[in-house]
Design a protein around this ligand. Structure first.
Ligand code: WT7
Length: 643
């Protein structure tokens, strides 16, 4: 997929970059590879604040790792307090715009006040280190405020993306056994109120551990407040003190749990640590985004995903950046909202997804061309492979051929960017995430763990533990071990296919497991299938990813029905709605096909490979089609699959 054209950084960019030229990169990489303990220790010492120093840089008892053993730190303190004694005290920390156009510019000093007050609110509700908070909020400043308040006290937070349904929210609250839910009445999206509180009410019908619900008023829409359980943020906040000491936390104390889809029907609670996680989020802000004091940095992700955790909140605030946050849709009120924001706030670093870029391509150049984008100096991409054509467009139309593009490969599990160009060092190639960052040792291997030849496809693995890697799966260390460390023993299995070229550049090809990537959102085949079979009309379902021009992949479902007289058009609509209800609207299938039988191997395994071929080659056209007789193809394909 990668093109052979390379784009070296301009001498001007190199001159000011944190890491200058390939020599700069190679020196860092070599030191991290040869002396990982010293390398990371020096950085932890220089770049972060510690209440107490660690006794050992790391301890690796595969598959479990500890970083900065015995060290005490606090992530909220690192993101806020330590900036208050510097010129950053009155610098804008969070530059926010709501979809309706309302604005807030929150300085580090003001952020300190907001976070301390809300931490006091949490304390007043009896919450303490080790407790769990679910945060289900729109993209408003109170979302990072709530995260940082938890972090300040050592309360483990789990942000649930606002697009998830009540059912998905409930599953997460139950798995985490959370004591508190922090939410809002709703948020704005495409001019409409997206209500959140009703979903919380539905979810909580079945969550006995939750004693408190704190509701922020954002839209002013009507909400029901359950006496004794629900309280308004502003009522509680009114009565609290302005300061709250940050709790010294063990370096290994869990910072947050973020649920992501795996290869089974049950989402995995990815557990991240405090010290190691923050260090790598912090370092990658400097290495990959080349963050300088005067930058205005904007990552367009939602904080409900890991990108928002590491690159809207923790990474940027730790380095003392101005981080831009936007509440709403990119095309509201018109397709130029992003370009408008870049022009208005003079954004210098812009980080978005290939899906967004492909949608911009389709909308036409007139939208970005109508705006002054000269403040931009660096562009980023994340979440899915970026096709060379979209890369070139991004480079020309947005970057005006001036701005390096960092195609950053990483995962919820890795916590921070793993493979990406350093913009002042590594020449880029469209479609390639290029080289691993210092301390990251990737390889491309076959299923026996043997490295494949150059330019051959294989499984992407990581050979050594890194500071920001997941520590475990919440209350399921067995699944953690089996999922990531058993297949190629002692190595971390990413679940992605990749290819490495003669320059050592990595090209990431996509998932090799039953995980789909729709608009950069991770969805599980099994999760969708189990959602579908919970519908009373459905006997069996098989779900595959179908290549999609804009979103990379879309959800295609093959469904067999129970006995009955079904109106297929109507039922397809109902099933889409059902998926929105069970998981969230963003997971709605694009295609639903009804079939008498699903193609299976003789041992009864659904042959998703065959279904993938059918949806890819479009042998069957139309959105709702009856696949009457798959039996012949099925038999033939079943034979080859089992041989
Ligand atoms: C999966 C992880 C990392 C934050 C957002 C997604 C795919 C991610 C790239 C990239 C090709 C990419 C992989 C990965 N992916 N970045 N630059 N090039 N593919 O986090 O939901 O944990 O998904 O996203 O398939 O495994 P996630």
């Amino acid at each position: 997929m990668a093109e052979e054209r390379t784009y070296p950084p301009s001498p001007e960019f190199v001159k000011h970059a944190h890491v200058k030229g390939m020599e700069g990169y190679r020196a860092l990489y070599k030191r991290a590879e040869e002396h990982p303990g010293e390398f990371w220790s020096e950085l932890a010492d220089k770049e972060l604040f510690w209440f107490e120093k660690w006794s050992k840089p790391f301890e690796w008892n595969p598959p479990f790792v500890k970083w900065f053993v015995g060290g005490k730190t606090n992530v909220s303190y690192n993101c806020i307090d330590r900036h208050l004694t510097t010129a950053r005290k009155n610098k804008v920390a969070i530059l926010w715009e709501g979809e309706p156009g309302d604005q807030r510019m929150i300085s580090y000093q003001e952020l300190h006040r907001l976070v301390s007050r809300f931490a006091n609110v949490l304390k007043s509700r009896g919450l303490k280190a080790g407790d769990r908070a679910i945060i289900y909020m729109p993209m408003i400043p109170e979302l990072p405020v709530a995260m940082l308040a938890c972090t300040r006290l050592g309360i483990i937070h789990s942000v649930v993306f606002g697009g998830f349904s009540a059912e998905a929210l409930k599953a997460r609250i139950q798995d985490l056994e959370a004591q508190v839910v922090i939410t809002a009445d709703g948020g704005w999206r495409r001019g409409k109120e997206v209500r959140l509180k009703p979903a919380v009410d539905d979810a909580l019908a079945d969550c006995p551990t939750v004693l408190d619900v704190i509701v922020y008023r954002r839209t002013g829409g009507a909400v029901e407040m359950k006496p004794g359980r629900d309280r308004w943020w502003h009522d509680l906040d009114e009565k609290t003190a302005e300061t709250c000491d940050a709790e010294p936390m063990d370096s290994e104390a869990p910072l947050y749990v973020l649920y992501t889809s795996g290869t089974t029907g049950k989402p995995k609670g990815i557990v991240h640590s405090s010290g190691g996680y923050l260090l790598q989020a912090h370092m990658t802000m400097k290495w990959v985004f080349d963050l300088h004091e005067e930058d205005t940095y904007w990552c367009t992700a939602d904080i409900g995903w890991v990108t928002g955790h590491s690159y809207i909140v923790y990474g940027p605030l730790s380095v003392g950046a101005t981080t831009v946050m936007y509440e709403g849709a990119p095309d509201c009120p018109q397709p130029d909202r992003f370009w408008r924001l870049i022009e208005k706030y003079r954004v210098s670093i812009f980080y978005t997804s290939p899906t967004a870029i492909r949608a911009f391509v389709r909308q036409g150049d007139q939208w970005p061309n109508a705006h002054d984008l000269s403040s931009l100096r660096l562009l980023g991409s994340v979440g899915e492979p970026i096709n060379p054509a979209a890369w070139e467009w991004y480079h020309k139309t947005i970057g005006k051929e001036r701005c390096p593009i960092v195609d950053t490969w990483w995962q919820t599990e890795t916590g921070a960017i793993m493979i990406s160009p350093l913009p002042g060092a590594v020449p880029t190639k469209p479609g390639s995430a290029t080289l691993p960052l210092p301390g990251v040792l990737p390889d491309v291997v076959d299923l026996n763990g043997k490295p494949v030849e150059l330019n051959h496809e294989g499984f992407l693995i990581i050979r050594r533990p890194w500071p920001s890697m997941l520590r475990t799966i919440w209350r399921d260390p067995k699944r953690y071990e089996e999922q990531y460390w058993k297949r190629i023993p002692g190595n971390y299995l990413t679940g992605d296919a990749a290819r490495c070229d003669s320059d050592g550049y990595f090209c990431i090809l996509g998932r090799v497991d039953d995980v789909m990537n729709v608009s950069g959102h991770r969805l599980s085949t099994m999760e969708l299938e189990s959602a579908l079979v919970r519908h009373p009309a459905v006997a069996e379902a098989a779900v595959v990813g179908k290549p999609h021009e804009i979103t990379g992949q879309s959800v295609a479902c093959f469904v067999t029905l129970k006995q009955g007289n079904w109106d297929h058009e109507q039922l397809a609509q109902d099933l889409r709605q059902w998926v929105a209800h069970e998981i969230g609207a963003f997971a709605k299938p694009e295609q639903i096909r009804f079939t008498d039988a699903l193609p299976k191997t003789r041992s009864g395994k659904i042959m998703r490979r065959l279904l993938r071929e059918i949806v890819t080659s479009n042998t069957v056209a139309g959105d709702v089609t009856t696949l009457e007789d798959l039996s012949v193809v099925t038999r033939l394909a079943a034979q080859t699959e089992e041989e």
